[in-house]
Write a protein that binds this ligand. Structure first.
Ligand SMILES: Cc1ncc(COP(=O)(O)O)c(C=O)c1O
Length: 417
């Protein structure tokens, strides 16, 4: 069986004007017709209607809808403050900026994460220092390795809740408080995850969420910052919009005529269209997370009989977001052949993540090298992510598992042969 490519015809009417005639250019983009994609956003007529309403209103950037979105997110997480921003990378940058780190400072981060976790530290001039993960059963940052990586220059720690499974935050906070360090949670994967009865993102000084289209809830691009600290909230609120003391929405409401600029800021504002999307998506999040849990349970029940695969984390007692379904292939399985086989069968898989410290930029610019993080590196060589999203059926999960079994056998035989 082989996957066919579907063509999408895109007409470009902005083409060059020649001899007074506007030329139309047609571009063909080949797209694989997957039977099952890695993720699919859950977008319906409600989203379309609410975005259309915002467009018609004429108020397009941060205004009443953004305030509603922030209030709703703050209620959902139990955080005192919620600030909507352009994306989670901006949220993380604002967090480190608000903590005042800069050149000469170090912030400890995991490497088994999206590159934005470390990049956002670099934006401030501070240096990310990588800590290893706990093990193949828990792909989160290891608090004990964090403790070993602390130097007199260390100022902060970033905890990424991988796939939505919470980091051992009690221990992280204990270490941080003992050394006077700040903690930021990169909760991009974890909206709706709970840890000892509290929401992920609210367990530290600042929590950052992503609403990129592959996340549990999406605003296309978008992100959110939560904090319980009034002063940090005000610092990040200003830095989100050029360091200004008021924004357009304050002036429209007649709350202010002008503004001062009290520090260097950025333009990390969200817009009303995205906030409208976010409000609807947030309403669906709990049900969608529950659906993800049911599907994950089905995966676990079925995958347990495959000896060549290991599923990290298991099914925690507390609700978690189950952002992705990561599995670890046994040593001896050729991962590329396995993933090629899955693609041939129409099932999209991915890798979470190529570790940050082994990217050329980090090797060449920051002296990172193979062997620095043995557990991260070993897991990163074996990890494959299987499809998981609320629109999947249990039959879809069973199809993925059956195909996985077939491809594992083929990839193992090939490796031996
Ligand atoms: C763990 C993690 N951190 C940060 C980000 C960055 O999020 P955004 O794309 O919203 O900037 C992502 C998104 O992929 C992520 O998965």
């Amino acid at each position: 069986m082989s996957v066919s490519a579907e063509s999408i015809r895109i007409t470009n009417r902005i083409g060059q004007k020649k001899n007074g005639l506007r030329k139309t250019r047609e571009t063909e983009i080949a797209q694989i017709a997957w039977r099952l994609r890695l993720f699919e956003p859950d977008i319906g007529p409600e989203e379309i209607e609410s975005v259309t309403r915002v467009i018609a209103s004429g108020m397009l950037s941060m205004g009443a809808v953004t305030e509603q979105f922030e209030d709703a997110f703050s209620k959902f997480t139990g955080a005192r403050h919620a600030l909507a921003v352009t994306n989670a990378t901006a949220a993380l940058h604002l967090a480190h900026h608000a903590m005042g780190v800069g050149p000469g400072d170090e912030v400890i981060v995991p490497a088994l994460t999206f590159v934005a976790t470390a990049n956002s530290v670099l934006y401030t001039g501070a240096t990310p220092v990588f800590a290893d993960i706990v093990g193949p059963h828990d792909l989160n940052i290891d608090p004990e390795d964090v403790a070993r990586k602390i130097t007199p220059r260390t100022r902060g720690i970033v905890a990424v809740h991988y796939a939505g499974y919470p980091v051992a935050m009690d221990r992280i906070m204990e270490i941080a408080r003992a050394h006077g360090l700040y903690v930021v949670e990169d909760a991009s994967h974890a909206p709706g995850s709970m840890y000892r009865g509290r929401s992920a993102g609210t367990l530290s000084d600042i929590g950052c969420f992503s609403f990129y289209p592959n996340k549990n809830m999406t605003t296309a691009e978008g992100g959110m910052i939560v904090t319980g600290d009034d002063e940090l909230a005000e610092r990040m609120r200003r830095a989100r919009s050029h360091g200004m003391t008021t924004v357009t929405w304050d002036r429209i409401r007649g709350h202010a005529h002008s503004y001062d600029v009290t520090g260097l800021g950025f333009n990390y504002r969200i817009d009303e269209l995205r906030s409208a999307l976010g409000l609807i998506q947030l309403n669906r999040l709990a049900d969608n997370n529950k659906r993800r849990r049911d599907l994950m349970q089905r995966y676990l029940t079925n995958l347990v009989r495959l000896p060549m695969i290991q599923v990290p984390f298991g099914l925690p007692d507390e609700p978690v977001s189950h952002h992705i379904c990561p599995v670890l292939l046994a040593k001896g399985i050729d991962r590329k052949r396995f993933m090629d086989g899955m693609r041939e069968a129409g099932i999209q898989t991915s890798i979470h993540y190529p570790p940050t410290h082994l990217f050329s930029y980090y090797r060449e610019g920051f002296g990172c090298r193979e062997g620095m993080l043995p557990i991260t590196e070993s897991v990163a060589r074996q990890e494959v992510t299987l499809p998981l999203y609320p629109g999947m059926s249990t039959a879809d999960v069973e199809e993925v598992v059956l195909t996985t079994e077939k491809m594992l056998e083929a990839s193992f035989a090939l490796e031996r042969g």
